[in-house]
Design a protein around this ligand. Structure first.
Ligand SMILES: Cc1cc2nc3c(=O)[nH]c(=O)nc-3n(C[C@H](O)[C@H](O)[C@H](O)COP(=O)(O)O)c2cc1C
Length: 156
């Protein structure tokens, strides 16, 4: 059984829905145990029990939230050599130039803080229609597919 944890922060619920939909996609793959957790609820000591760690944040002024930055920094204190990581973000439609900005920053931070970490897939960037959402049309299927693809890869 491969174990995955999806950790997110979400002010208005959109990034939470992305996290839950990614997990839905993962659970379609047999032999995958996937759980989702809000960043403030995570038990850091348990993180090394997982084979893959996914981290998601809304774009807040071009980068991840403070809670997610702190979480990534604390991962650096854990034995996570060889673990798989993937990131996702949500960003606002009328700030389209911010596509993937937060995901890229999270990937960079993970690379710097967690020695020996590997990326399971390039980051996923999901558009929302306004500050409070909702998630733009056509975006949710990408989340399910992202989860499914990473889970399939984990089993290989
Ligand atoms: C303080 C703050 C700053 C934001 N800055 C940006 C930004 O620079 N670029 C952008 O595309 N969206 C920005 N947004 C919009 C968020 O990306 C959007 O609210 C978020 O994706 C919704 O996710 P959530 O429901 O999980 O909170 C900002 C939102 C907040 C609350």
């Amino acid at each position: 059984m491969a174990k995955v944890i999806v950790v997110y922060e979400s002010k208005y619920g959109n990034t939470k829905l992305v996290a839950e939909t990614i997990v839905e996609g993962m659970r379609e793959v047999e032999g995958i145990e996937a759980v989702v957790s809000e960043v403030k609820q995570v038990d850091l000591k348990k993180i090394p029990d997982y084979d893959a760690i996914l981290v998601g944040s809304p774009n807040h002024i071009g980068g991840p939230t403070g809670g997610i930055k702190e979480f990534i920094d604390r991962l650096g204190e854990l034995p996570l050599e060889g673990k798989l990581f993937a990131v996702f973000d949500t960003y606002m439609a009328d700030m389209g130039k911010d596509f993937e900005k937060t995901a890229k920053k999270m990937e960079k931070r993970i690379g710097e803080k967690v020695p020996g970490s590997k990326l399971a897939a390039p980051g996923l960037s999901i558009r929302v229609d306004g500050m409070k959402g909702p998630i733009s049309e056509g975006e949710l299927p990408k989340c399910k597919e992202f989860g499914n693809r990473i889970a399939t890869q984990l089993k290989a």
